[in-house]
Design a protein around this ligand. Sequence first.
Ligand SMILES: *Cc1c(COP(=O)(O)O)cnc(C)c1O
Length: 226
Amino acid sequence: MSVTERLTAVRDTLPQGVELVAVSKYHPVDELMEAYRAGQRIFGENIVQELRLKQPQMPDDVQWHFLGHLQTNKVKYIAPFVSLIHSIDSLHLLSEVNRQALRCGRVIDCLLQLHVAQEETKFGFTFSECLQMLSEGEWRSMEGVRLCGVMCMASNTDDESRIRQDFRSVNDFFVQLKTDYFADAPHFSIRSYGMSHDYPLAISEGSNMVRIGTGIFGPRPLTIEL
Ligand SMILES: *Cc1c(COP(=O)(O)O)cnc(C)c1O
């Protein structure tokens, strides 16, 4: 199947109101262009250097989402154009995004990445770390960033009930944050969870933004030619 066919097939399964992020990391620009011509506008990348090289090669109306672990010293490279950062996992990172956004005269939309998976290696705030950060309130004075919701990756397992539980706990947590901190903020509305193998489950547990790579572009090449 071609990128266009896979993209169309994925889109046909998405209910209204669920945004699709085409995760294009490791894939060459001509494949991204095929998805673009088929109407896709939101692309997700997780390596700063790769994103910096691809961005000028794609049309200006692409919305670039950053998904992976983001080092503070690299924020400056993506701040001029990134449209949503999914992976805020510390106050330190949020304040650097704020600083760089203000330098560019922008407000950058951000999601709080939550750690729910069983694996040690996944990044993100625990629920209690996230609550502590929000209750301390420093984020409120950051005019270059706008918190728009939450993101997570579920446990890497075949155990469907475990995955469902991860998504459900993040959705419950989102509702709690919405009530306690963002009741007056209509933009705080994004629940980014669900990838190629688990997105139908994610949607059934409240996701409204799915991040799909393999399901659109096929298996990732081991190396990228940029
Ligand atoms: C790579 C990646 C995805 C997409 O994964 P697929 O299994 O290829 O759909 C989604 N989210 C994040 C954070 C990723 O790094």
